[in-house]
Design a binder for this molecule. Structure first.
Ligand code: GLU
Length: 417
């Protein structure tokens, strides 16, 4: 091993594993993926796969061409297909003496911070054993309210959980373009992105498909950009590259090792030159933002992405500034302007901020999340009041705060270094 050893998450969509027409497993491509990942393991890197395909494998097994709309039927298909998917991976990895493990996650499993850390520890233990964990959403038990929804998001969450260095989103286009390359021949590839939030590209939701989104998968470029934002916010550099050429991962990892000490500007230039000279395959690299301290960022990430929000608390700009300044405060009842929706104590709630004094309540923008010490009904009764009045109004005062500062999280606003 010459370069540094990285923790790398590789996300494989259904279209990388299943033929869109015949719905049969793409065994040749899977073999190439397996060979590539075993090479990376032998170079000393720690590898985690996030693999879709359970539902498609299940459909093939029972001879279905069209995905049923009934949730129970989809769940049943996932349970048929997941075993076959892992079985095939195991057959292929076994030829190269590489052990694998199956990890199935639902959002429910990580709703509690201890459980979130526990799932992380299990994956680390597997990596320490030299095993490649293969993660998928536990579709058989997930219902809509607790679903990650797509494996792009799940892969970003997995990468954040294990503090991965790199996340590869393997897809059916080489990279991100500024427009749909299939419709616009002048669409330009975007090679390096410093801050996903600043991107100005047309994506599938705007009906000018930036690319992707096959008949067998659930993702497209939009979910990839969301995943890239999630992952880069916690310091995970994210790469989009072609799933039919998995060996590109080796070239990109080698290039990453060579460019590690370069500044962002130098990286832009170097990657551009190498891609143009065809010494490096076309790909998009979303640079990870600088990491917070690990403990702080774990809890923050979990608050922002591990939990589903129930309702919202509306606060004004002054309160928002107090919650985000260096010695940040907790959220006091006096800071709450309005309560939306219904939730219990300890649930995760969105924090919405009224942008200016002149703005109305419905102009409030969601900026972050918090876990509350009181229910929606209780907060409605104490909002705008001093903490000393809580006991008089509610008959008890579990905390002077509506949310403690450790239970409040906002995504980073800084740009990349
Ligand atoms: N978990 C689903 C499956 O294994 C796929 C979800 C996705 O395509 O993003 O079939």
């Amino acid at each position: 091993m010459t370069g540094k050893a990285y923790t790398i998450v590789v996300k494989l969509g259904t279209s990388s594993l299943v033929d869109e027409v015949t719905r049969e497993p793409r065994i040749a491509n899977m073999s190439l993926i397996v060979e590539t990942l075993v090479k990376l393991r032998r170079q000393g890197h720690r590898i985690i796969i996030v693999s879709s395909g359970a539902i498609a494998f299940g459909m093939k097994r029972v001879g279905l061409d069209v995905k049923p709309s009934r949730l129970a039927a989809v769940q049943a298909l996932a349970s048929i297909g997941q075993g076959r998917l892992i079985g095939l991976f195991d057959d292929l990895f076994r030829q190269l003496n590489q052990a694998i493990a199956q990890v199935l996650i639902t959002r429910n499993d990580i709703m509690d911070f201890t459980q979130y850390k526990n799932a992380t520890n299990t994956i680390h233990e597997l990596l320490d054993m030299g095993v490649i964990p293969i993660v998928n959403e536990n579709d058989t038990l997930s219902v809509a309210e607790i679903k990650f929804g797509d494996n792009d998001t799940l892969s970003a969450i997995t990468a954040a959980m294990v503090h991965a260095d790199y996340l590869f989103l393997m897809t059916d286009v080489e990279c991100l373009y500024d427009d749909n390359p299939r419709a616009n021949p002048n669409a330009k590839p975007i090679l390096v992105v410093d801050n996903v939030g600043d991107l100005n590209v047309k994506t599938d939701t705007e009906n000018a498909v930036g690319t992707g989104g096959s008949a067998v998968g659930t993702g497209g470029m939009t979910t990839k950009l969301i995943a890239a934002e999630l992952a880069t916010n916690v310091g995970v550099t994210t790469i989009i590259t072609l799933s039919s050429q998995p060996q590109y991962i080796l070239d990109v990892v080698e290039n990453i090792q060579q460019t590690e000490s370069l500044t962002v500007a130098q990286k832009h230039e170097y990657i551009q030159t190498e891609v143009l000279a065809k010494r490096l395959p076309l790909h998009t690299r979303f640079l990870g933002l600088p990491r917070d301290s690990q403990i702080k960022s774990d809890r923050k990430f979990w608050l922002l992405h591990g939990l589903k929000t129930r309702g919202a608390l509306i606060i004004d700009q002054g309160c928002y500034d107090a919650l985000t300044r260096k010695n940040r405060a907790g959220l006091l009842p006096a800071g709450v302007v309005e309560v939306e929706g219904s939730f219990h104590e300890s649930e995760c709630v969105a924090l919405k901020v009224i942008p200016t004094r002149e703005s109305s309540l419905n102009e409030a923008e969601e900026r972050g999340h918090c876990r509350v010490n009181y229910s929606s009904m209780e907060i409605s009764m104490i909002k705008g009041m001093k903490s000393s009045e809580i006991e008089n109004v509610l008959g008890f005062a579990d905390s002077e705060y509506v949310a403690h500062r450790d239970n409040i999280a906002f995504p980073p606003r800084t740009t990349s270094a």
